[in-house]
Design a binder for this molecule. Structure first.
Ligand code: ZN
Length: 256
């Protein structure tokens, strides 16, 4: 009688042991790696200025691809600014584009009245800086000229943009700007603000090309406050952590 009761009990214990042992030796399943859904292009305008060296160091440390649009007249201002430009040239994370030699002397309406002079200014910048591509961002204008599509934010500048495109230049505008105070360089939007806006624009398909977002910063944002570069690093780290974004150079931007 005792033996009959004991046998089923023993069988149960053996079965439970197998199951337990099986669980113990099977490695936990790794979740499938998420494919990035969106492409981000971080772009920095108006360098080289004080602060450009911090951008160069930050993106190299984080191994993040970025584009900079530079102004040739700045490297004539001091040997230090020239050395910051050389940091950009030596940094494999950075692709360098043309933001004109003069930046229109900040007088945009007058500048764009003479498309031939705009072309000359762009060509001069290309030569002075030894630029290796034909990527342009127009000073003071958010205009696009790609192979099969274009966009204008202003009547003034249309003729100049068309002329540059005819001469073989590609013009990149932007989808979202990280705004800053132009007098003191301080950021006007937080990392949380930018995380929210990036995700919202892409989700609502409000970018120039669906699933691709061109993000505009200015080198001078990192001029005075060391904390600002920490905020840039935080934004990059948080974007990366979502697994949703891939960072690309503008040379990889779809042209069609
Ligand atoms: Zn600019």
């Amino acid at each position: 009688m005792k033996r009959i009761i004991f046998l089923p009990f023993l069988c149960c214990m053996v079965c439970i042991g197998c199951v337990y042992a099986g669980n113990a030796v099977t490695p936990p399943e790794t979740p499938p790696k998420k494919e990035p859904r969106y492409h981000l292009y971080l772009t920095f305008d108006d360098g080289p200025v004080e602060g450009s060296e911090d951008i160069s160091a930050a993106v190299q440390a984080g191994q993040i691809k970025i584009n900079v649009f530079v102004i040739g007249s700045h490297i004539k201002q001091s040997s230090r600014l020239k050395s910051y430009y050389q940091l950009y040239e030596l940094n494999p994370c950075i692709e360098i584009g043309n933001h004109s030699y003069s930046h229109a002397d900040e007088k945009y309406i007058r500048y764009y009245k003479q498309p031939d002079k705009v072309l000359k200014d762009i060509v001069k910048n290309e030569q002075v800086l030894g630029l290796k591509n034909k990527q342009v961002r127009l000073p003071g204008r958010n205009m696009w000229r790609l192979k099969s599509k274009s966009l204008n934010d202003n009547k003034s500048g249309v003729a100049a943009a068309d002329l540059l495109f005819k001469k073989g230049y590609t013009i990149f505008g932007w989808d979202l700007e990280w705004r800053h105070n132009e007098r003191n360089g301080l950021l006007l939007q937080t990392v949380d603000d930018m995380m929210y806006l990036i995700e919202k624009l892409l989700r609502e398909r409000k970018t120039f090309t669906e699933n691709h977002l061109v993000f505009l910063c200015h080198d001078e944002m990192f001029l005075k406050d060391w904390n600002d570069i920490e905020e840039l690093k935080e934004l990059i780290a948080r974007l990366r952590a979502t697994g949703l974004y891939e960072f690309n150079h503008l040379s990889e931007y779809p042209q069609n």
